[in-house]
Design a binder for this molecule. Structure first.
Ligand code: ZN
Ligand code: ZN
Length: 505
């Protein structure tokens, strides 16, 4: 396939609605019709790389940065959702809005996201299925489902691998491509396309949500690649001639304009960031000048900046020594290095979900808060919807934490019921009813929401466990049956059994 002529960024900014319908028309062309779309995009991308000297090396060099960028973007998106779903009622309001209202904000999201950079505008061709205006706005659940598919299970750290958005045509293409003995260049090209595809959808979702809530749409700094090399070599005479041959004089002119515009936009938006993942600080005009890694600059014109010696040293040890001054191969450019914060407090953390368990969003919020404050055992919302932090007695902490771990990583309903009953009992025993406005009924409602269980069902399971406790000679809550006698005696001293029974009015 030849180089394609795509609706441009200036077009998006001057006339978003028209720009959008041009895009949608463009993607109706037969070469994009399922299941051909991915193959057409892939061929076009490879052609562009071949035509543009310096772009092949830049593609190998850029993937790690783009992937890090996407991980950071998904962490930001999760943080927004933790706030907007919990305290702004985004989910309910979005579902309740009219299709026309939703469409207005989706269009802003699309135009703004594609305007960030030429390669993101180009990436719209990779999202032919997802990024259709009516698909995203006719019913509210499409945006919500897409959001949920990229949100983290735990936002207390930035993950080292992004969550890709699955769609049948791209999934099938990926399998076919991987089975066809691809070259290194083909592998890196497909990885890059999948990163940009996901990145663009994430930006559209973020901007749509923020626009809907009347929040600012921040100009997101675009990570810099080896811009020096690309700037001078981007459009060689050969490339210009090929453009003209495939697109005709006017088409080539427009495409050249688009490419140059993209370069200028990137240059204008590009902010130097400290390359240490634990820092990522942007360089500001009146602040300390960042220094670049000399070996990367001298050998490859690769610009890697650090805000300080200590960041450079930390990043060197953590990951830069593997790539410094070297041209990357596929293995090096796709190597996953965990983010430094992921490694902190590893022992006190709730682990990732297992066996395909998908955490409901309120639970992601709980897990994130707990992993950010490893000394807290659980957060319970009081009658004013404030989070009250809960700490267990030392003797029961191990049992409590083991149960919490199983509940939060598997979603096992028996375990959740025992955990919920125990939390209700703790609220009574610790006298948190009067002190903080917590109640067993409130605990059940909260846990039902966090684990996405019907409230009546969870309440019934908790009632049954209370019955088990009532039958026990010492009235030990079922969760603590494995506690040794002495520990229970100490714990229960002063507890009036009748007052600890978990009842619902
Ligand atoms: Zn730094
Ligand atoms: Zn270096």
């Amino acid at each position: 396939m030849s180089v394609v002529l795509i609706p441009t960024i200036p077009h998006a900014q001057k006339a978003p609605a028209e720009w959008n319908s041009d895009w949608e028309l463009f993607l109706l062309r037969p070469e994009f019709a399922p299941p051909h779309g991915p193959a057409a995009c892939f061929t076009e991308y490879l052609t562009r790389i071949k035509m543009t000297p310096g772009l092949e090396a830049a593609t190998f060099d850029g993937l790690r940065g783009h992937r890090d960028h996407l991980c950071g973007l998904q962490a930001l998106e999760t943080e927004d959702c933790l706030d907007y779903f919990h305290s702004r009622g985004f989910e309910v309001d979005w579902m309740g809005a009219t299709p026309a209202t939703r469409a207005k904000h989706v269009l802003i999201g699309l135009a703004e996201a594609c305007s960030i950079a030429a390669n993101l505008n180009q990436a719209r061709a990779y999202c032919a299925h997802e990024l259709r205006l009516s698909y995203l706005s006719d019913t509210g659940d499409v945006v919500l489902e897409l959001l949920k598919s990229v949100l983290a299970d735990d936002n207390s750290f930035v993950p080292a691998t992004p969550k890709y958005i699955s769609t049948p045509s791209w999934d099938a293409f990926e399998v076919m491509q991987n089975n066809s003995n691809p070259t290194e260049m083909e592998r890196i090209a497909l990885d890059t396309i999948l990163v940009f595809r996901t990145m663009l959808i994430c930006f559209v979702l973020l901007y749509t949500m923020r626009s809907f809530l009347g929040e600012a749409l921040p100009k997101v700094p675009v990570l810099k690649g080896a811009t020096k090399t690309r700037r001078s070599e981007f459009l060689t005479n050969l490339a210009k001639a090929t453009l003209k041959q495939t697109l005709g004089t006017n088409g080539a002119k427009m495409q050249r304009h688009e490419i140059n515009e993209g370069i200028q936009q990137r240059r204008a938006l590009a902010v130097r960031h400290c390359a240490s993942l634990a820092c990522c600080k942007p360089e500001v005009a009146d602040g300390v000048k960042f220094s670049r890694c000399r070996s990367c600059m001298d050998n490859l014109k690769r610009e890697i900046f650090y805000c300080s010696r200590s960041c450079q040293k930390a990043d060197w040890k953590h990951r830069h020594k593997d790539i410094c001054g070297k041209t990357l191969n596929y293995a090096e450019s796709t190597k996953i290095v965990p983010h430094p914060t992921e490694l902190k407090n590893a022992s006190g953390r709730i682990g990732p979900p297992v066996n395909g368990y998908k955490r409901p969003f309120p639970l992601v919020r709980q897990v994130t808060m707990l992993n950010e404050a490893p000394s807290i055992d659980y957060y319970l919302a009081n009658s004013q919807n404030r989070d009250v932090d809960l700490k267990m007695a030392d003797s029961i902490t191990p049992i409590f934490r083991a149960t919490r771990e199983t509940a939060c990583t598997t979603g096992n309903i028996e375990v959740i019921a025992a955990f919920t009953h125990f939390l209700c009992w703790s609220v009574n025993v610790q006298g948190l009813n009067t002190k903080y406005g917590l109640s067993p009924a409130g605990v059940v409602t909260q846990l039902a929401r966090e684990f996405n269980i019907e409230v009546g069902r969870l309440r019934e399971l908790v009632r049954r466990l209370q019955h088990v406790q009532d039958q026990h000679p010492n009235r030990i809550p079922p969760l603590l049956l494995s506690l040794d006698g002495a520990a229970w005696a100490q714990l229960s001293a002063g507890i009036v059994a009748d007052e600890t029974a978990v009842r619902f009015d």
